[in-house]
Design a protein around this ligand. Structure first.
Ligand SMILES: Cc1cc2nc3c(=O)[nH]c(=O)nc-3n(C[C@H](O)[C@H](O)[C@H](O)COP(=O)(O)OP(=O)(O)OC[C@H]3O[C@@H](n4cnc5c(N)ncnc54)[C@H](O)[C@@H]3O)c2cc1C
Length: 271
């Protein structure tokens, strides 16, 4: 066991959760964060809306100034058409924590990554395999980047729940949703900063403007809805269907046809 490099905490997964936690645990703890990806993803991960309440966390991470300089976009009002045809507006001024932001998500993750490294978190990227064992109060990890041990190990692998699965935990997916989403290029930077939510007979849409002239358009529906396959085969139909709703059409006039990504969105429950 002598060749297992010792840490106080090993975190698996360098998403926002793993990086923020690793930063907060330093300098008291020796922290290793292991990440499967070798570098930041070229396409941004989905998840761009950050509520104003997150400012408290950014301050604790000593990141507020860097965050404000990074060009994230301030959120506007939220407008939704849900169980009534009449749009319901919720102005950001009603939120005591402030309006929040639409993130440049790659920039955001890069900021968290640099901060973690600045405070002395050891970041192991490109870690393809992690095998774990627990013995006498220590976790032993054999990985493609070497062997490590720590009394505390944290699963921050997001929905993949990699460590949970290795420990034999079973995830129950209750009423799984599927999210079909695309980052759309807009002909001109939209002045409209609203978050638009529109329900229809099959599911619900969501669109917000992103920094640097992009927009995200997402459609959530039941995993087993055959419409999903149909829309996947015909990206133009995805946009056309969204434009059937006046609330969405207003902001989807001059966008380029979509290139897809699909994501399963489930409410996880570990057993
Ligand atoms: C469709 C959709 C829309 C969303 N929209 C929003 C939004 O608007 N706002 C919001 O706040 N959140 C949103 N989310 C939630 C989003 O998941 C979070 O923003 C955030 O990404 C969660 O952070 P995390 O660090 O927990 O997990 P993740 O960001 O998923 O990070 C997990 C990390 O673990 C790594 N990893 C996975 N397996 C392994 C392994 N075996 N070994 C090593 N590393 C591994 C992954 O590569 C990744 O870097 C959305 C999610 C979905 C699916």
């Amino acid at each position: 066991m002598a060749n297992y490099r010792p840490f106080d905490v090993v975190i698996v997964g360098a998403g926002p959760a793993g990086l923020a936690l690793g930063t907060l645990l330093r300098p008291e703890q020796r922290v290793l964060v292991l990440e499967r990806r070798a570098s930041l993803a070229r396409t941004p991960p989905i998840g761009e809306s950050l509520p104003g309440a997150a400012a408290v966390l950014l301050q604790r991470l000593n990141l507020m100034a860097a965050f404000q300089d990074a060009g994230h976009r301030e959120r506007g009002a939220a407008v939704s058409v849900w169980d009534d045809d009449k749009p319901v507006w919720r102005d950001a001024i009603q939120d005591p924590a402030g309006p929040g932001w639409y993130l440049d998500r790659r920039e955001f993750e890069q900021m968290l990554r640099l901060r973690a490294q600045d405070v002395g978190v050891t970041l192991g990227e490109g870690c393809k395999q992690v095998d774990i064992r627990h013995r006498q109060g220590q976790w032993y990890l054999d990985t493609t980047l070497g062997s490590f041990r720590a009394p505390v190990m944290i699963d921050a692998t997001g929905r993949s729940g990699y460590l949970g699965r290795q420990l034999g935990l079973r995830r129950d997916a209750d009423d799984p949703l599927l999210c079909l989403y695309s980052f759309l290029d807009q002909a001109a930077e939209s002045q409209d900063a609203t978050m638009r939510i529109q329900a229809d007979a099959r599911g619900w849409w969501y669109t917000v403007p992103l920094p640097q002239g992009q927009r995200v358009l997402a459609y959530h529906m039941d995993v087993d809805d055959p419409l999903c396959r149909q829309l996947l085969r015909h990206p133009d139909a995805f946009l056309a269907r969204a434009r059937e709703h006046a609330l969405l059409a207003e902001v989807l006039e001059r966008v380029a046809p979509p290139v897809y990504a699909v994501d399963r969105r489930v409410l996880p429950c570990w057993k």
